[in-house]
Design a protein around this ligand. Structure first.
Ligand SMILES: Cc1cc2nc3c(=O)[nH]c(=O)nc-3n(C[C@H](O)[C@H](O)[C@H](O)COP(=O)(O)OP(=O)(O)OC[C@H]3O[C@@H](n4cnc5c(N)ncnc54)[C@H](O)[C@@H]3O)c2cc1C
Length: 429
């Protein structure tokens, strides 16, 4: 078979490419029996709908807003974030650094004193290293770093923060002024800070509703496809369903995975691919026989005594996600380079949720759904930039466009995925 553009991977990036190619000659190949990737939703036999942890639409681009509205029509709600941090036995608003209000007085003092000290000493000096650890101390001072920035990020990234760069920070880490921090220590008023102060979410059907609508507007999708190899000299994708000759290949699967599929990759590209690092996430979803277990959207847990870094409450995104009289939640546990004992982790998690007061000892869990996300967060270490360049240069030279969160090896969102999928179509001649 001869096709102009072969798209590998039917997550939101691949679907966006297909959508924007309109009636052009393409085929999208997906290994699973359904498309959607991380934007799928799972419906269990009791009627609970679970996403792959919280998948909320934080949209800045007018184009994406318009597209999402066009696709979801009336099935779209705009929500104002209600997210919190649980530490030192109290809840404080997100972002921690701007909302110390409610913490014990000695901790507020330590955080403000540390920030003032940093502002007067290190803040204006150039960083001699580009590591996240030092950046936190310089930007936020000792207290905020100690109580949130360092423990939370250690838990999420699972590497020594001296080996994490700051290239990923962008919109993700709000940097309030000293005045804002002081105001947030004395009043409960800094609610709107950060890129995700509001978000869109489908009224029904979970985040999958969005990819379902995208899919309706695409043409040729083949699921259950196993890619056997990619021959870049002959421009042929070999699959369990036959060979496809292409002009352009758009890959949205993780970079280390496409590298394994390509025949005859030069040694330096293979070496670069082996240097890429990432974290995985175990996503425990629970259905609970109690209404309104929380009024919050999600909670961050920086302290070591909790094995999870974040937990969220689906019902507060949309009532349609759980049956009447129940609640449901997702819990996110980051891990790297090891097998995780799901059963042990599950038990531990329930115990810890009870100790935090999120679950009551009388709560009855009526639904469990454990989802694994093998590629979750791309690690920005000192090798990422140069390795990525080596791999992408080689792929581009050979008409392979590797894009998306894992194809482009980046910390990006659904909005970015939609935009990248649109943008790449300009290059597909
Ligand atoms: C824990 C977590 C929380 C997140 N929360 C949010 C959020 O709140 N808001 C937000 O905007 N973004 C969020 N994201 C990011 C969002 O999930 C991604 O930006 C987006 O889903 C990436 O889509 P993608 O198509 O690039 O990748 P994927 O969704 O990974 O899609 C890749 C597709 O390729 C397929 N595939 C893999 N290997 C092969 C193969 N060999 N052959 C064929 N097909 C293959 C997969 O099955 C999958 O369908 C979150 C991510 C994580 C991990």
């Amino acid at each position: 078979m001869k096709i102009d553009t072969v798209i590998i991977g039917g997550g939101i990036t691949g679907l966006s490419v297909a959508y924007h190619l309109k009636n052009k000659n393409y085929i999208l190949l997906e290994k699973e029996n359904v498309v959607g990737g991380l934007c799928k939703s799972v419906t269990d036999k009791n009627g609970f709908i679970y996403d792959y942890t919280g998948h909320l639409l934080h949209i800045k681009s007018e184009y994406v807003k318009k597209l999402v509205r066009k696709l979801l029509k009336k099935n779209l709600a705009l929500k104002t974030r209600n997210s919190w941090i649980y530490s030192n036995n109290v809840f404080t608003r997100y972002p921690f650094q701007a909302n110390l209000f409610g913490l014990p007085k000695n901790i507020i003092y330590e955080c403000i004193e540390g920030l003032v000290r940093a502002k007067f000493t290190t803040y204006h000096l150039p960083l001699t290293t580009c590591c996240f650890h030092d950046w936190c101390l310089k930007t936020f001072g000792g207290g905020i770093s100690k109580y949130f920035m360092l423990p939370y990020n250690e838990k999420l990234w699972k590497i020594n923060l001296k080996n994490l760069t700051t290239d990923w920070l962008g919109k993700y880490v709000p940097q309030p002024t000293l005045q804002e921090v002081i105001k947030g220590a004395f009043t409960d008023d800094n609610k709107k800070m950060g890129y995700n102060a509001t978000f869109f979410y489908p009224k029904t059907g979970g985040i999958q509703s969005l990819v379902d609508e995208l899919k309706k507007n695409t043409c040729v999708i083949k699921t259950d496809i196993k890619i056997l190899s990619v021959d870049i000299s002959k421009k042929i994708v070999k699959t369990n369903n036959g060979d496809i000759q292409y002009k352009n290949l758009v890959s949205t699967i993780p970079l280390p995975e496409i590298a394994k599929l390509i025949k005859g990759l030069p040694e330096n590209v293979k070496k670069a691919s082996r240097k890429l690092k990432w974290t995985s996430v175990l996503n425990i979803n629970l259905g609970i026989k109690r209404k309104n277990i929380s009024d919050k959207h999600w909670i961050y847990f920086p302290e070591k005594k909790f094995n999870f870094y974040r937990a969220g409450f689906y019902r507060n995104f949309s009532e349609s996600l759980c049956p009447d009289g129940t609640s449901s939640m997702y819990i996110e546990i980051s891990y790297r380079n090891r097998k995780i004992n799901k059963e042990k982790m599950f038990k531990k998690t329930i115990g810890e949720l009870k100790s935090a007061g999120v679950l009551k000892s009388s709560d009855k869990i009526i639904s469990e759904c454990i989802l694994d996300i093998p590629y979750a967060y791309v690690i920005y270490d000192e090798n990422r930039k140069s390795s990525l360049k080596t791999i992408q240069n080689h792929l581009r030279k050979n008409f392979i466009f590797s894009i998306g969160r894992y194809g482009g090896w980046q910390y990006s969102t659904m909005e970015d995925a939609i935009l990248e999928g649109k943008e790449i179509t300009k290059w597909l001649k």
